[in-house]
Every structure is written in C-alpha cells, then in structure tokens.
Design a protein around this ligand. Structure first.
Ligand code: SF4
Length: 426
C-alpha cells in the first residue's frame, strides 16, 4: 500500500488532510489529485516532516538546494544554509552535496530541518567511484542502487533520478550538438558512463528495480532532467524533448505502480519558449506535477541569476508549473553562501506568488497591500510583505522626518496629498 493506492481506494489520509488545511481546499480534492497522479505529498517513514503538497490546483512550491562541493565541504555551513532556507520560507530542501561524507551530511541536514528533503543519489555513486577506482566511469551498477537505498533510509522524501537518459537520448544529443554543453551534473556523469562503457543507463534499463526501492521506502520519484539546456540557445532541443518523452512514459509507469512522481523540466529557456515547455510537459505526462529548474531566461547576467530565474519562474508558474527550484546570486560563479540562499528563496517565493496570481487567481494579498499603502499603514504593509524584515530594514535605514511618508517623496508624498484633499477609497 502507498498513499497513491490509499487515494485510489478512496481513503483520505492524515497527510491529505494536513495539505488540504494548508491550501484551504477540501481533503477530497487532494485525494483525487493524488489518485490521478496530479498531486504528490513527498513522504518518508523515517522522519517527521512538515507535509507539503505539490501539483495541480495547489500553490506553487519553492525548493532551495544546498550542499557541499569538492572545493568547499563545510558541514556546519550547509546546516546553517538549510536552517536559513527553512526560515526564509522554502517549501522543500534539496541536499546536493558532492564533497565529504554523503550519508553523514544528509543525516545532519535532515535532523536540522522539518522540511521535506530531496537528493540526487547518483552523485554519491559516481563520486565514491571516482574516489575508489579513480574515475566516475568505473562506477558499478549495483553501487547506484545501493546509494539510492542508503539515502532513502535516512529519511529522504524525494529523489531526482536521471531515468530518461537512454541511448536514444544520448544519440539525439550527439547528432544535434550543443552550444553550451550540459549543465546537469547528473547528466554529465551518466552520459560519460554510458558512452565509456557502451551500456544503457541502469536507471532506465532497471527501472522496475528502482521502483521497488522507491516503493519500499515511500520515496517520491522526481524524474531528473539531465539533458536540460545550459544555454538559452540550446533550449527545447531534441535531446531535452527526447528525455522528456522517456520521463513522461516512466512517470506513468511509476504512478501505476503506486509510486508518487514529479517530472523535472529545464533549465535555460528564453521567455517565448517557456509556456510551450510547460504545456508540452503537462500534456505528455498527463498533468503530473512539474518541477521547473529555474528557468534562466538569459545567459548574460552572472551575479543576477536569481532575478533572471525569478522572471522565468514567474512565467512558468503562471503557465502551470507546480514546483520551482530556486537559483541564487552565486549561480554559475561559486558555491552559495548563507545570504545567497536567503536571497534565492525570497526571489523564488516572489516568482511563485506572481505565478499563482495568474494560475490560481490569488490576488487577495495584493489588494490588501494596495489598501494598506493608500492608508500609509506601514505595519499592515509589513505584515503582508513577502519579506517584512527586509522591507523594515530599508525604510528604517533612511527614516523619514514625517512618520507617515517615506524619504522617496517626503513632504510631497502623493498618497498624503490625495488623502488630505479628496477620497479615492473603493
Ligand atoms: S513618500 Fe512617495 S514613495 Fe513614499 S509612501 Fe508616499 S508616495 Fe509612496
């Protein structure tokens, strides 16, 4: 039995009730969504977490990714980043360490937060192979499945698994080529291993075995997007679409087996291709929850990629994406620090809200802000603000002489002038 089979049998579980309360919806709506594969609630039998629903009809969720690298492996710093991500309002956390002791870091991070945690288990398998045998291409297939199972047992709720990279996908990639190569570490590891060993991706060829592990440990499968473009000039190419076709088929299979499943999307995508990507994925996967990695809508703004992503993520969410992976100001430049994590979460939360204004018609907070602003009610404005502390900090750093207004217009505050001379209130 799984939450999917419970839902299909008409049973409303505690997790469904919790998500319904958070979303302000009927539990029956959540049950029907899970039964049909349109909604997931990432679970784990090994850890208590704040349950979070992702999928059609629910508010857009935000993931923050943290994790060590081979250059900077400071576990305490990653724990602090995880805590800051939760405090800043991330809905989920992905722990994506590629340096240090994988299982030790995961356990410590999982213990530090109450969020659902995701991971990419193939990092561990490939990097430990490099440490043990001298090269990632010498990884043994069994090590891939063992790392997946070991990480599941630590209370990991969802896993990005690169199931859709198969020989056909790689062939498409080689024939068409790329301007910007691959930006997915998982995609780079797996394609290199497949080409070196002249073998099929084990996560594709032994998908049934993978599903057994997912089922046994109640992990939600997130079909990884290893072929996502790392440059806007490569967006929506044959390799990306081929991988999406494979992932959509495998997602159907996973759902039929009672495994909750999310489908991941690109990447770097120009604005005029975002809606196409979302609609294509939703149509091919029969409305499975769509996890958008970014997308970045231009390649020429390093240092500002959190903003570049917020633009793409807003449009993705408005078009129907359900789950956004944040991007920090450090993207393409360095391992994010604590402030980068906080900024990245806030930017993606703004994007999620902008999308929900269109997708779900959620505009009540904007109306409340309009009213608070017209009354110059600063406390009400702070209460509604996505990041009240930041808003207060800016206002207080340049405090006005007149408490009503701010230092932008001072004595000539347009709102004060109107409020004094006539009534515009609706
Ligand atoms: S001073 Fe200007 S910017 Fe500040 S609240 Fe009044 S109208 Fe708005």
């Amino acid at each position: 039995m799984s939450i999917v089979t419970d839902a299909q049998n008409g049973k409303i579980t505690e997790e469904m009730k919790t998500v319904a309360t958070i979303e302000g919806l009927e539990p029956e709506f959540i049950r029907r969504g899970i039964a049909a594969g349109r909604i997931v609630i990432p679970l784990t039998p090994y850890r208590d977490v704040k349950h979070c629903g992702i999928g059609k009809g629910l508010t857009t969720k935000v993931n923050a990714s943290i994790g060590t690298s081979s250059d900077i492996s400071d576990v305490d710093m990653e724990i602090k980043k995880a805590i800051v991500a939760e405090e800043a309002g991330a809905d989920t956390l992905m722990e994506l360490s590629t340096g240090g002791d994988f299982l030790d870091i995961r356990k410590k991070v999982n213990d530090a937060v109450s969020l659902s945690v995701g991971c990419v288990p193939l990092y561990q398998a490939f990097i430990e192979a490099a440490r043990k045998y001298g090269s990632i291409v010498d990884m043994k297939e069994d090590e891939l499945f063992k790392a997946t199972e070991d990480q599941a047992k630590l209370g990991t709720n969802f896993m990005a698994i690169h199931t859709g990279i198969n020989r056909i996908t790689v062939e498409r990639l080689k024939i068409q080529g790329r301007y910007g190569g691959l930006c997915s570490r998982g995609g780079a590891f797996m394609t290199s291993w497949m080409l070196h060993n002249e073998k099929e991706n084990p996560l594709y060829s032994e998908f049934d075995y993978l599903l057994e592990i997912m089922k046994e440990h109640e992990v939600t499968l997130s079909t990884g997007n290893g072929m996502r473009a790392g440059a806007v000039h490569d967006a929506t190419d044959r390799a990306q679409i081929q991988e999406l076709i494979m992932n959509a088929e495998l997602a159907d299979k996973a759902h039929k087996e009672g495994v909750q499943v999310i489908v991941e999307g690109p990447g770097h995508v120009p604005i005029d291709e975002i809606e196409t990507n979302v609609k294509l994925m939703k149509s091919m996967s029969e409305d499975k929850p769509f996890y958008m990695l970014g997308p970045l809508v231009t390649d020429i703004a390093p240092g500002y990629d959190h903003i570049v992503t917020a633009i793409g993520a807003s449009m993705s969410s408005a078009a129907g994406a359900d789950f956004l992976c944040y991007v920090t100001p450090a993207e393409h430049l360095a391992l994010p620090n604590i402030e980068d994590v906080r900024t990245g979460v806030m930017c993606s939360r703004i994007a999620a809200h902008i999308g929900d204004m269109i997708k779900l018609g959620k505009r009540d907070q904007d109306l409340a802000m309009a009213r608070a602003r017209s009354k110059l009610d600063w406390n009400a404005m702070y209460d509604i603000a996505i990041d009240p502390e930041h808003a207060k900090e800016i206002r207080n750093s340049r405090a006005p002489e007149d408490d009503d207004a701010c230092t932008m217009c001072g004595d000539f505050c347009a709102l004060k002038i109107v409020n004094k001379n006539y009534n515009l209130a609706k």
